[in-house]
Design a protein around this ligand. Structure first.
Ligand code: ZN
Length: 312
């Protein structure tokens, strides 16, 4: 069993409109935009990162806004819900706040001993806020105060037709089966994990049709390791177990490896180094358009023809 995984690192999803996406995360949810860059594999679209003050691993929601992307179809083989931690007692405030912002499908739920609030993102994205005791310091430089602000990720909930092999994989990665309720089985990192985002839920729906990826879909889930040495250990262990894992890829703010899980969800293992302040002052994170060196020569054409300016 691996011991290098700290919990979630980031979750990356697809959106249909960069401005709408930016406003939802920075204003409605009150996260900080910690990086404005491009999709390194498709530089004609943005890659936007939202999190706490510095984009700590375990807090970072990221998006590829493909203009006018067709909406995804929910189903099996995907992340159905991305859940954020909020302070105990704040659910009712959030329900009113989200309703006032025009958020759709707001639903109070209680399971596995937790009070949660389900709601949809602008592209039908599945989100939840979960009341927890969480000592992570939230970003309060935007629209939220400390009594309400999101602390970071609580969990992701995968929806799978067959969960057996994925549950085994989570066990290999250091997760333990913790609890279950209805179709949901909860896994959490043994020992609690290092960064507060230690929970993965699996919803097993044997008859669900396969999901079709599009706007509102999660593209991949990334797990945190401390550094490149730990990442290489995890990569070797996964390959030895039979997984096809990509080489280490430099994403400027972390190093990444990717592999497809048995249930269909794409996993990434990302390093905590070097972080989002490697090319911007912490006071100004996310303000300027940052391009990786391999795409720096495209700046003029990207700004002129592809990337509409984002109004804050
Ligand atoms: Zn990623």
């Amino acid at each position: 069993m691996l011991s290098q995984i700290n919990g979630l690192h980031h979750v990356t999803s697809i959106a249909s409109d960069a401005q709408q996406n930016n406003d939802f995360f920075t204003k409605t949810l009150g996260l900080r935009r910690v990086k404005k860059t491009v999709n390194f594999d498709a530089p004609e679209v943005y890659h936007l990162y939202y999190g706490d003050e510095i984009g700590s691993p375990g807090t970072v929601m990221t998006y590829f806004p493909f203009p006018n992307a067709r909406r995804g179809r929910p189903g099996a083989g995907e992340v159905a819900v991305t859940a954020f931690a909020i302070p105990k007692g704040s659910r009712d405030w959030w329900a009113d706040h989200l309703a006032a912002q025009g958020v759709q499908n707001i639903l109070k739920q209680d399971y596995l001993g937790e009070a949660r609030l389900r709601f949809d993102g602008p592209d039908g994205d599945g989100f939840a806020l979960v009341e927890t005791d969480d000592d992570r310091t939230p970003w309060t430089g935007g629209t939220m105060d400390a009594d309400h602000a999101i602390r970071g990720f609580h969990s992701t909930q995968m929806r799978l037709a067959d969960s057996g092999a994925t549950a085994e994989l989570l066990g290999f990665m250091g997760y333990e089966r913790q609890d279950s309720a209805g179709d949901i089985t909860r896994f959490a990192l043994a020992g609690g994990g290092a960064n507060g985002a230690s929970v993965i839920d699996i919803e097993t729906l044997p008859n669900a049709p396969d999901a079709a990826q599009g706007a509102g879909s999660v593209h991949h889930v990334a797990f945190s390791v401390d550094d490149r040495d730990a990442q290489l250990e995890v990569r070797k262990a996964l390959i030895d177990t039979g997984y096809q894992v990509t080489p280490v890829i430099d994403r400027d703010y972390f190093w990444a490896i990717y592999f497809r899980t048995p249930g269909g969800v794409l996993f990434e293992v990302a390093t905590n180094e070097p972080g989002f302040d490697r090319d911007e002052d912490r006071a100004h994170l996310g303000e300027a358009l940052k391009l990786p060196s391999q795409h720096a020569h495209l700046r003029e054409v990207l700004e002129k023809d592809y990337l509409d300016p984002i109004r804050d």
